[in-house]
Design a protein around this ligand. Structure first.
Ligand code: PMP
Length: 361
């Protein structure tokens, strides 16, 4: 079977090695006579996978000992609700930096629970850039500051997270988790839906400081309590065992190719290649995003007309290049260059872009 190059924003391409390993072990997991996804999540075999996954995350992301690693269902979207439920109230304030669709979603949920304060809003520039640190001032009494590390739809990304001093920084890293190291001096909590750089959909990876867990509200329904998830090592209820297992296999793949160093090397090579093709097209392809804010994970661009964009998409698909349609809210084109996308896939895309331009330019 030939796999095509899948540039979809999520669920998205996963490492072939991880998929092959899962398919080899799917029916009879390590000679246990059954599939891992059929067995008890309280048994020894699943427990090993679960704990190893946490270990691998800690190792690859260099997570310090005073942080907890949690698996929580409901994707990143449940975190939009759980974070303010844990830390906000009508009396407590959080500061939001609005960089686009996904930061806005989190802000809208937080507003329902407590004082959600906007300290910077990119609406005037149509969310095409990340602010400089001198463009916003945090409130001294904010219980947290919130950013979205990489706006999957807008195609903009924080190069450096802001310094927030004594105010805990909470970061949505759904679309760039595992593509960069995390500066734990800046980040008190991060979360990420798994369906991009980790696994199939089905949960969020949450990494948070233990002192934040202690501060999180406890007068909530059980599943919404970070302290219970931590106390039960993410086994408060039945976890999405398949997603945890696939996360495990993806992390082993990352380790096998050389860890985050190699991931970053490939990431920069892929992004540079694609942006170069856009920039050198004399406006035939046009990236609407501020240069210093360009995402290395989700590259967005426009063409001269929607008609041309549709033709591009159709022909690209014939060449085995799929998932290049921009999000329905903004249109245009988007290539997601997640970790599992080989450099070769981006070469094929860039060659196709040049061919299409020559033919239709
Ligand atoms: N945050 C970001 C940055 C995203 O890209 C997405 C999904 N594309 C979400 C949050 C929502 O994630 P989920 O679908 O897992 O709830």
């Amino acid at each position: 079977m030939t796999r095509i190059y899948n540039f979809s924003a999520g669920p998205s391409i996963l490492p072939r090695e991880a998929l092959e390993e899962a398919s080899r072990e799917l029916v009879d997991y390590k000679n246990s006579g059954m599939s891992l996804i059929e067995m008890s999540h309280r048994g020894k075999i699943y427990d090993e996978v679960h704990n190893e996954t946490i270990f691998l995350l800690k190792d690859i992301l260099q997570v310090p000992d005073d942080y907890e690693i949690l698996f929580i269902q409901g994707g990143a979207t449940l975190q939009f609700a759980m974070v303010p439920m844990a830390f906000l109230s009508p009396k407590a304030k959080a500061d939001f930096i609005l960089t686009g669709h996904w930061a806005l979603k989190a802000y809208e949920d937080a507003r329902l629970i407590g004082q959600a304060n906007v300290v910077w809003d990119g609406a005037a520039d149509k969310y095409t850039r990340i602010p400089d640190s001198n463009e916003f001032t945090l409130n001294k009494d904010a219980v947290y500051a919130y950013i979205c590390s990489n706006e999957t739809i807008g195609g903009i990304q924080w190069r450096e997270f802001p310094l927030t001093g004594s105010i805990p920084l909470i970061v949505d890293m759904s679309s760039d988790i595992m593509s960069r190291p995390v500066d734990w001096n800046k980040v008190s909590m991060l979360f990420a839906g798994t369906q991009k750089n980790l696994a199939p959909a089905g949960m969020a990876l949450v990494i948070m400081k233990k002192e934040m867990i202690e501060k999180a509200a406890k007068n909530l329904p059980a599943y919404l309590r970070y302290d219970l998830h931590a106390k039960e090592k993410s086994l408060y209820n039945t976890p999405p065992t398949f997603t945890v297992w696939m996360t495990n296999l993806t992390l082993k793949w990352i380790t096998s190719i050389g860890g985050l160093n190699e991931i970053e090397k490939r990431r920069d090579e892929k992004a540079a290649m694609l942006y170069k093709a856009i920039d050198e097209s004399n406006g035939y392809y046009r990236c609407p995003v501020d240069r210093n804010s360009r995402s290395t994970m989700n590259v967005v661009w426009r063409m001269l007309s929607e008609d041309l964009e549709n033709r591009f998409l159709k022909e690209a698909l014939k060449q085995g290049l799929s998932g290049l349609k921009g999000h329905r809210s903004v249109g245009g084109l988007r290539a997601s260059l997640y970790n599992a996308m080989p450099v070769e896939g981006v070469k094929v895309l860039v060659d196709f872009m040049q061919y299409f331009m020559q033919k239709n330019g």
